[in-house]
Design a protein around this ligand. Sequence first.
Ligand code: SF4
Ligand code: SF4
Length: 274
Amino acid sequence: MKELIFYSRGGQGAVTAARIMVTAALKDGLYAQAVPSFGQERKGAAVYTYSRISKEPITVHTFVYEPDCVVVFDWSLLELGIDIHKGIKPGGILVANLSHMPDNLPAAYSRVGLIDAWAVTRKIIGNVPPNAAMLGALAHITNWFSLESLLFSIQEIMPGKKGDINATCAKIAFEKTVIHERANVVKREGPYANMPADAKTGAWRMERPIINTEVCVGCGICCHYCPSEVIKIEDDKKAQINYVYCKGCGICSTVCPKQAITMVLEGGVLNASA
Ligand code: SF4
Ligand code: SF4
């Protein structure tokens, strides 16, 4: 299953884009879904749209937290403090409405697709949302749904001349998308495999789990339940926590059958030596 987040502002057509993408994926014989999440309901406000494409039936209907791909309609969202890179999986894909490579991209991205979707859209259609162009770029860089199905879906959802011209816009964007392959992708193995490369989530922690190694029997239950997958059983058969990424949720402490894990206030006395 591939999971996507579309980052946009109200009025830029990302919700419609996700709907069109879902229709295209269905035409390709895949399963797909779109889950929009609106912030303030006004033009220009940030809008997040979550989507999934899969060869198998999709049983989750939640927002997406660890996307395989982020599609950024408007790079100025970063100026609002929106972390568009949050949760990106190692090997992830970025599709950006930009003409130049942005600075300081997380190493987790393996591919970046750039398209000046505003320019393509203005040239082909006029001053309208850039969603058809963004979809063309997305189809090209991911290859998760076909261009042919995309063009059919645009014409189906936007009947008549509007559909024809938007399909043309998507096709031109598909051809114009510049793809950058990145060699320095972070690929972790083992329990930290799904952690975003740059998100030091340990900084969010209010409480720190402390393992009493005299009591721990290495059963691994805490590893299984840790939502951040940051506990592993070391060679000495004792659990060990990666504090760089532990968020301090306390679940490990709750599930440990030996009560070997104690939560202490971050910065408290016990932490001095941890
Ligand atoms: S659940 Fe408790 S006893 Fe089991 S490995 Fe984790 S800390 Fe050790
Ligand atoms: S406190 Fe939460 S994030 Fe940290 S190790 Fe325990 S279960 Fe994992």
